[in-house]
Write a protein that binds this ligand. Sequence first.
Ligand code: NAI
Length: 331
Amino acid sequence: MFFSARLLAAKTNVAILGAAGGIGQPLSLLTKLNPAISNLALYDLVNTPGVAADLSHINTPAKVKGYKGPDELDAALKGADVVIIPAGVPRKPGMSRDDLFNTNAGIVKSLASAAARVCPDAHLLVIANPVNSTVPIVAEVFKKAGVYNPKRLFGVTTLDVVRASTFVAEAQTQATGKAIDPSDVKVTVIGGHSGVTILPILSQTGLSFSQEEVDALTHRIQFGGDEVVKAKDGAGSATLSMAQAGARFTDSLIRALNGEKNVVEPCFVESPVAAEQGIKFFASNVTLGKEGVDTIHPIGKLNAFEETLFEKVIPELKKNIQKGVEFANQA
Ligand code: NAI
């Protein structure tokens, strides 16, 4: 499924900020299992010495070290090639991702400032929500520091395509009576990473659906995160599936950085795809390469239903991006 990087020499340094959290711990575990990683720095405000000691006993090449509290942030970031940011509060039932803005925007801004200073050439993978706003925040912080490289900044939207292939495979299995392996179902998901900004392009899957199925699947893919928030009943949002998605994206990026060709992952990046609509950041499939973002794929053909969904993506995404830019530029 991933870790096809196993044939590579372990030479990539990865730092995870928020490593002791619900996502951080399983993501740290999966990242420790990636044989292409040489050093794994685990930073959080709490508990990282324990998490690091525990993971350090696993017999894979990555050397694990824990860093706790702001005084140790610079040391955690030193030499990082890839910085993954799951730090921040998760949703509770009834909350939208935008409701997290007030807390998480400040956390992401301060972590990005440190990264821009200590490891300005690192690839930044933003998991902390609202991704539609936190990615522009990181971009602005890096711009202010004079070190912004749009090829190296990614909002991690992998979980949307992971969910999409699971839900579509389930629905097709039910409709046809034939078992379908979810990992064989590829669904392109574009736009952003919250509610109506998540646009699955079911018409491009090559599968046939009734309009009723399209309505139900589209809604489930857009609001799949809510199922987990509700089931956890106040104890947080997706952590384990997000860890898998984050580890998959990290592995794909490392393989591409090491020269593997045709590595394609969806992600939320600075993009020309919706520039005509005034949107600076957009999620679509991206071919990753030695510098990070290599080729941003166009959306392709949308059917009439998807066109109407696309019209709803634009104003919401514009608002989310603007909010991040304004926050980052406040004194
Ligand atoms: P959590 O509360 O379990 O863990 C967050 C961790 O961040 C905690 O260990 C906390 O101590 C740490 N933290 C807080 N402020 C920090 C700072 N200034 N520096 C370093 N660490 C800090 O939350 P969870 O469930 O791990 O979620 C983290 C974030 O990921 C949330 O914003 C959530 O909305 C987001 N998320 C994103 C998804 C995506 O698809 N991109 C999917 C699911 C969640």
